[in-house]
Design a protein around this ligand. Sequence first.
Ligand SMILES: [Mg+2]
Ligand SMILES: [Zn+2]
Length: 223
Amino acid sequence: MIMRAIFLDKDGTLVENVPYNVNPGLIELSWHAGQALQLLQHMGFALFVVTNQSGVAKGLFTEAALDPVHERLSELLAQYGVTLSGFYYCPHSPDGVVSRYAVPCTCRKPMPGMLYRAAREREIDLSQSWMIGDILHDVEAGRRAGCRTVLIDNGNETEWNESPLRTPDLKAPDLYAAASMIAAVENDSAMDDAVEDLGSMGNPAASGGLGPPDAVGSGNQQI
Ligand SMILES: [Mg+2]
Ligand SMILES: [Zn+2]
């Protein structure tokens, strides 16, 4: 079954930013992140983490060290009844020192490789999905993949190197506000779809109401 996804940046978005941290004991969800993901999950979105982990290329930790990070995140979110559908990371960096990772790649955000990979592996409709992150690289990765995007405007973006591909659909002060805004946008478009469906059913008054006022109760309708 084709699904809709929320792609979440990890550091500074889903969890408090501790640079290059892989110590599970230091992982803390950001403010109301559990409730935010609860809301998104309830709306039927599958939740995926997509995170740049250049610490691997820089020799600061190994890929294996990311397993306990994924586990701890899952544990913290389980307290809210939230399940991650996937955890994707990019271990590369052209500035790295570990030669097999010190390469240009198509998965390091702002490139969209992790989103494409998730879409391929998990049958995700990217046009019905969202990317949420705290810097413009996240926004660009989301837009390149054809998703809608939310920038968490919490001070973590400092360069503001803006362009059309780096312009978010929405800006929110935190993850919970982002989730609420996505809920509002999705509700609006669900409402638009419902109105369209009614319109295509012919005379809305004849099919049981909800028509414009002048179509109701004129007394002249042919039954
Ligand atoms: Mg971040
Ligand atoms: Zn990569």
